[in-house]
Design a protein around this ligand. Structure first.
Ligand code: NAD
Length: 311
C-alpha cells in the first residue's frame, strides 16, 4: 500500500492529511510541535467544519520518531522550516530513491532549496486554493473549498505525477496536472506579496485596505517589479490578470473580511514567510539585474515588525 507522510502538519497539513486518510490511504502526520502530536496520538485529530465537529484517528509522529519509508511526502511546514524537515526525513532514511517529495507551501524558490538535499526529479510542486485554520494543538478548522495544481519541478512527468493526482482526487481535493505550475505559483505568490505585507504593515483586513482610493497606485509598482523579475527568468506573467486577481479578493463576500496569514503569524509572535515572497523577488531581481525597491522595502518593514512582535 502507498505510504504517505505529511511533513508539517499544522492547518494545511492537517487538512490535506485528514482528507487523504479519510479516502482510505496510509497517512502519517509528522510535526515538530510536541503538544500537537501528543494530542493527535492520544485523542485523534479534532476537525471542526461549518456543519460539525469530530475526531479522526490518524498516525502522528515527531520527526525523531520516524520509522518508515514513504512513497509520497507532502511538505507543509512554514517555508522557513522546510529544509530542516527534509534534512530530518533524510537522516531518518524516510526518503527512498522513488519517493516523490511534493510541496504545496506558499512562496517561491522551494524547488531550488530542496534540490540541495534531494534530486530535482523527486521534487513535485503544487499550488493550492484550499485554506485551513488551526484552533489549537490537535484541532483544525476546515471551511470552504479549493483546488490543487501539480507538476514535477523539472517540468517532466512520470508515473508518480498521475498517481499523486489520483490520490488527491480520491481525497476530494480537486486536483489537476499542470503543464506550467510555475505560472500559477508565481501568480499566487504575487497576490500574497501584495496583500500579505500591505495588510500586515497597515493592520487592515483585505477589504479595509481596498477602501483607500489610491490602493491601486500602491499595488501597481509591486506587481510591475514581480512581472519584470519573472520575465528576466523566462516566465511571462500577465499584469492585468494579476491585478484583477488581487482586486477580486477585496469584496467582503470574497476574502475581504480576512487578515492575510502573515498578519496572523506576526501578531502571534511567529516569523513570517516574507523571505519566500517579496524577499525572494529581491534575491531573484539582484541575480538578474532587475531593480525591486518596493519589494525590498516591504521585506525590510516586515522584518522590522517581526523584531517588535517576536515572542
Ligand atoms: P501552520 O502555522 O498552521 O502550521 C505550520 C507549522 O507551524 C506546523 O508545523 C505547526 O505544527 C507549527 N505550529 C503552528 N502553531 C504552532 C504553535 N502554536 N506552536 C508550535 N508550533 C506551531 O501553517 P499552515 O497555515 O498550515 O501553512 C503551511 C504552509 O501552507 C505555508 O507555506 C502556508 O503559506 C501554506 N498555505 C496555507 C494555507 C492556509 O489556509 N493555512 C493555504 C495555502 C497555503
Amino acid at each position: 500500500m502507498v505510504k504517505i507522510a505529511i511533513a508539517g502538519a499544522g492547518a494545511m497539513g492537517g487538512r490535506v492529511g485528514m482528507q487523504i486518510a479519510e479516502a482510505g490511504y496510509d497517512v502519517t502526520l509528522i510535526d515538530y510541535w510536541t503538544e500537537h502530536i501528543t494530542n493527535i496520538q492520544q485523542h485523534g485529530l479534532n476537525i471542526q467544519t461549518e456543519k460539525d465537529t469530530y475526531h479522526i484517528n490518524i498516525k502522528a509522529q515527531l520527526p525523531e520518531q520516524i520509522d518508515e519509508q514513504y512513497d509520497l511526502i507532502i511538505i507543509l511546514t512554514k517555508a522557513m522550516d522546510s529544509e530542516a524537515m527534509i534534512e530530518a526525513l533524510n537522516e531518518a532514511n524516510a526518503i527512498k530513491e522513488t519517493t516523490a517529495v511534493l510541496t504545496m507551501m506558499n512562496g517561491l524558490g522551494h524547488e531550488e532549496r530542496f534540490a540541495k538535499i534531494i534530486p530535482k526529479s523527486q521534487i513535485f510542486l503544487a499550488v493550492t486554493m484550499w485554506t485551513a485554520g488551526l484552533r489549537g494543538p490537535g484541532q483544525i478548522l476546515l471551511e470552504g473549498t479549493g483546488t490543487i495544481e501539480l507538476q514535477r519541478a523539472d517540468g517532466g512527468e512520470d508515473y508518480r505525477t498521475e498517481a499523486i493526482n489520483t490520490i488527491f482526487n480520491n481525497a476530494k481535493l480537486n486536483s489537476t496536472i499542470s503543464d506550467n505550475v510555475f505560472e500559477s505559483i508565481w501568480s499566487k505568490a504575487t497576490l500574497n506579496s501584495v496583500l500579505n505585507p500591505l495588510c500586515t504593515i497597515l493592520d487592515k483586513t483585505i477589504n479595509q485596505f481596498s477602501l483607500y482610493e489610491q490602493a491601486r497606485q500602491m499595488v501597481i509598482p509591486i506587481i510591475e517589479e514581480i512581472v519584470a523579475v519573472a520575465h528576466a527568468r523566462g516566465l511571462e506573467l500577465n499584469f492585468e490578470n494579476l491585478i484583477n486577481k488581487i482586486e477580486a479578493a477585496y469584496p467582503i463576500e470574497s476574502q475581504g473580511l480576512h487578515y492575510p496569514s502573515m498578519h496572523q503569524d506576526l501578531y502571534k509572535g511567529r516569523l513570517t514567510e516574507i523571505d519566500y515572497l517579496n524577499g525572494q523577488i529581491v534575491t531573484y531581481g539582484k541575480a538578474c539585474g532587475v531593480a525591486t525597491p518596493h519589494n525590498e522595502m516591504l521585506t525590510h518593514m516586515i522584518h522590522q515588525l517581526e523584531l517588535t512582535y517576536k515572542k
